[in-house]
Design a protein around this ligand. Structure first.
Ligand SMILES: Cc1cc2nc3c(=O)[nH]c(=O)nc-3n(C[C@H](O)[C@H](O)[C@H](O)COP(=O)(O)OP(=O)(O)OC[C@H]3O[C@@H](n4cnc5c(N)ncnc54)[C@H](O)[C@@H]3O)c2cc1C
Length: 425
């Protein structure tokens, strides 16, 4: 079969690779001039780049790591994460170790004995009943995360759960599925994190070299033409036997606007949290070692300031310092429509109020603003149950992190599932 894959993020490139392996003729159509999607890394000079989207992989990313092993990429790209990151929690001007592991919570001065007992019992229960491979338990998907965590008491919810889930998934607990937070809380108990040499997109750039990829080719519409599918692209109409739609859900919905019966009825309900962050760096050999999470909701979710030798969300020369300021996703949409230069100054000023010793933007030699309208799909209550009732049906099959799990591993799994729907030639 001649199959088009729309979108060259981890989902689309995985699908394209597996389809090619299965003997199909595959063409990947990517809107942007570059591949990698939300794993894109920005390069500033020798040994210096920052990951603008995804910043880490983890030991429980079994399909991603298996794919990298198969391609011979593991030794080449995958490294234990060097950076300590935002490992402290800042509350009322005081720093506390930030943790979600039951063993570390035991010594926390922020929780009382009852809080600790309830938390330990909950994690113990989760370790026994929740699968350890990022699989949702559909029995919990009708509830939201706040409902799930309320029995733990107010302090564990405010101090552990909000900073753990509202920060990295950029959405309020009440908007997230209980099944989603349970599966992550389980795997995070005994995991290690990796970063990738050359940037989070490096393996995807390499994989794309072995595929036929047309960049700068946004797909606008999809139409059925007899047994074939026609895609309206920047370069004109292109015909295929089948399509893997590996673009974020709102883009997929737009592409299917003239063929609504090909879209699952709930596709329009898949919403994304936005994210705005600022990276800056300057040449200096002075040491710096500061990384905090803040308790949401605030404009900022984390402030990190390190010397280059402590690593980065990417890589920074050892005789430089870098800093990364991330917003709290659930409230940062207001920044997206504003002038980026003004936003970056506002956010940096807020970060300097937290860490006055940090360098100013005027002292920085590199400044990079990152604004994502669709940063991460919100796995809202009902999301996984809706997915479970949806079958991948050629000739139009969906892929993307929203089809599995809001991370690179979810995207890879969704790409493999999409390719499997076509079988071998
Ligand atoms: C700030 C941030 C931090 C993150 N941190 C992490 C992390 O630490 N770890 C982790 O695992 N995940 C993280 N993620 C999530 C991770 O990046 C995504 O889950 C993953 O990239 C999803 O892959 P995908 O292929 O489904 O989508 P994408 O990576 O978004 O790829 C989709 C591709 O489709 C293209 N496209 C869209 N519309 C069209 C069209 N009409 N025609 C053609 N092409 C189109 C896009 O340009 C894009 O290249 C983070 C994301 C962000 C934004």
């Amino acid at each position: 079969m001649k199959i088009a894959v729309i979108g060259a993020g981890p989902a689309g490139l995985t699908a394209a690779f597996r389809l090619q392996q299965a003997g199909h003729t595959v063409e990947v159509l990517e809107a942007l001039p570059v591949v990698g999607g939300r794993t894109h890394a920005e390069h500033f000079g020798p040994g210096h780049h920052c990951d603008t989207g995804a910043g880490w992989l983890a030991t429980f990313y079994s399909h991603t790591l298996r794919l990298f092993d198969e391609l011979g990429y593991r030794d080449h790209f995958v490294r234990q994460r060097a950076v300590r990151g935002a490992a402290d929690l800042l509350i009322d001007g005081q720093l506390y170790p930030w943790s979600y592991r039951a063993a570390d919570i035991e010594s926390s001065p922020l929780l009382d004995a009852d809080d600790k007992r309830r938390y330990a019992a909950y994690i113990d229960h989760l370790m026994q009943v929740q699968p350890d491979d990022l699989r949702p338990d559909l029995g919990y998907d009708h509830r939201d995360a706040l409902d799930e965590f309320l029995p733990l008491g107010e302090r564990p919810v405010e101090i552990i759960m909000r900073s753990l889930f509202e920060g990295p998934w950029f959405a309020r607990l009440g908007a997230q599925s209980a099944a989603h937070v349970r599966l992550w809380l389980r795997v995070l108990q005994d995991s290690k994190f990796f970063q990738l040499d050359g940037g989070m997109d490096a393996p995807w750039l390499r994989l794309a070299e072995s595929l036929t990829v047309r960049t700068g080719e946004p797909v606008e519409r999809l139409h059925r033409r007899g047994a074939q599918i026609e895609l309206t692209c920047a370069s004109g109409g292109r015909r295929y036997d089948a399509v893997v739609l590996a673009a974020p859900a709102p883009a997929a919905l737009r592409i299917l606007a003239d063929e609504p019966d090909l879209a699952p009825p709930w596709l329009g309900d898949v919403h994304y949290a936005p994210q705005v962050r600022v990276y800056a760096a300057r040449a200096t050999s002075e040491d710096a070692h500061f990384g905090v999470h803040l308790l949401p909701p605030t404009d900022l979710f984390s402030v990190e300031w390190y010397s280059g030798r402590h690593g980065a969300w990417g890589a920074c020369p050892p005789d430089w310092q870098w800093a990364l300021v991330c917003t709290y996703g659930a409230t940062c949409a207001k920044f997206l429509g504003q002038d980026p230069r003004r936003v970056q100054q506002t956010l940096w000023d807020e970060a300097l109020a937290i860490c006055p010793e940090m360098f100013t933007l005027a002292e920085a030699e590199v400044i990079h603003y990152m604004g994502w309208e669709w940063a991460v799909p919100i796995m809202h209550p009902g999301h996984y149950r809706n997915l479970a009732s949806f079958q991948n049906r050629p000739p139009v099959v969906f892929a993307g992190d929203w089809m599995n799990n809001a991370c690179v591993e979810g995207a890879v799994r969704s790409g493999e599932a999409a390719a499997a729907a076509f079988g071998r030639t």
